[in-house]
Design a protein around this ligand. Structure first.
Ligand SMILES: [Zn+2]
Length: 347
């Protein structure tokens, strides 16, 4: 639950809200954290309200670093509309550098719609739904693969039936100018922040902007460019957009789709040794990696073969793979057109 709120104006058109949220931690004891929300009110004209969220997972650093850059660099005099920035949605998970909160072992992006009187993750989720979501027209939630995987960076949207929502979402995906954009039919949809936003009819994108819990000059700069391009696409900034920068051997961004069965699973947790990389094209039968069952040291490592032709959107980093957070996704490339959504619906 919300136990305190402070407001500070810190620059022209910029306000910092500090919300203290309390929830249950280990052994039912109450724990709390301060969450910082920055409001930037544009003076260049009317426009939509765009909410950015970052660090829903604590081992993903691209979102908060790009959003902290945005807080400093965006001049309210250049902005039409309103930008709201929650750069760190999950402070305890970031402190622990883990996907899940150490207080309740919950994945914040499976804790929605939350519970104001529940664990700290549930209380944060409930606060986001009650206090931030009603203010926004568009929500962009910046993630990365965290410790778990390498991936082809870019925005991730979901199958949509409303034609206006589709068109606007695909336009924003294209504006990212990242190596790929993925339309994915993901499981456990109802407990996600994504679902809370989409079911309210608002425009929503996740962005998976980096790999392996490692900031590089490229993964630090790429989300900054994409955020700028989104503001240009939404006519909130009157500025030229950044061009696509080629990645691996991809001279153009690719639109990819993934069905629920494109998210491959493993039969047990163990040591994974990748033999393929994100962005690579594969055919059925290609070796993706090997899996060693640590509990059975006499057993040979098991080869994991691709069960389909496609493009590797994500592949686990070498090391321990956790069955719960297994990131091996073989996606299909489709044309950059709104009709590409139909491929998922017919599947
Ligand atoms: Zn994430």
């Amino acid at each position: 639950m919300i136990v305190a709120k402070k407001d500070t104006d810190f620059a022209h058109g910029k306000r910092l809200e500090t919300w203290t949220i309390e929830g249950k931690g280990p052994h039912g004891l109450l724990v709390s954290r301060d969450l910082s929300v920055v409001h930037i009110t544009g003076s260049a004209g009317p426009g939509p309200t765009l909410l950015f969220t970052g660090t829903v997972h604590g081992d993903e650093y691209e979102g908060p670093s790009a959003l902290i850059h945005l807080i400093r660099s965006l001049d309210a005099r250049d902005l039409a509309g309103h930008v709201i920035i929650l750069s760190v949605a999950n402070p305890p998970a970031l402190e622990a550098r883990r996907r899940r909160s150490p207080f309740d072992d919950m994945d914040l992006n499976r804790a929605f719609p939350g519970d104001a009187h529940g664990t700290l993750s549930e209380a944060i989720a409930a606060w986001m739904v009650a206090e931030l979501l009603p203010l926004a027209d568009i929500v962009i939630d910046i993630h990365a693969a965290g410790d778990d995987a390498f991936l082809a960076p870019g925005p991730l949207g979901h199958p949509l039936t409303d034609p206006v929502q589709r068109e606007k979402t695909l336009g924003l995906m294209r504006a990212f100018a990242t190596p790929c954009a993925l339309i994915a039919d993901e499981a456990q949809a109802e407990s996600r922040w994504d679902y809370q936003v989409e079911q309210s009819g608002k425009i929503f994108l996740t962005a998976e902007m980096g790999s392996a819990a490692t900031l590089t000059p490229q993964s630090y700069a790429m989300p900054q460019r994409s955020i700028h391009n989104c503001l240009v696409q939404l006519e909130m900034l009157d500025a030229p957009a950044h061009a696509y920068q080629p990645w691996q051997d991809w001279s153009q961004p690719k639109l990819l789709i993934a069905q629920q069965d494109s998210f491959l699973t493993v039969p047990y947790s163990g040591f994974f040794i990748p033999h393929a990389s994100a962005g690579q094209s594969v055919v059925q039968g290609d070796l993706l990696g090997t899996l060693q069952d640590v509990s059975q040291p006499t057993k040979e490592p098991e080869p994991l073969l691709s069960d389909r032709d496609g493009v590797i959107y994500a592949i686990p980093t070498g090391g321990v793979v956790d069955m719960r957070q297994y990131w091996l996704v073989i996606a299909q490339q489709v044309p950059w057109a709104v009709q590409s959504y139909d491929v998922l619906e017919k599947a």
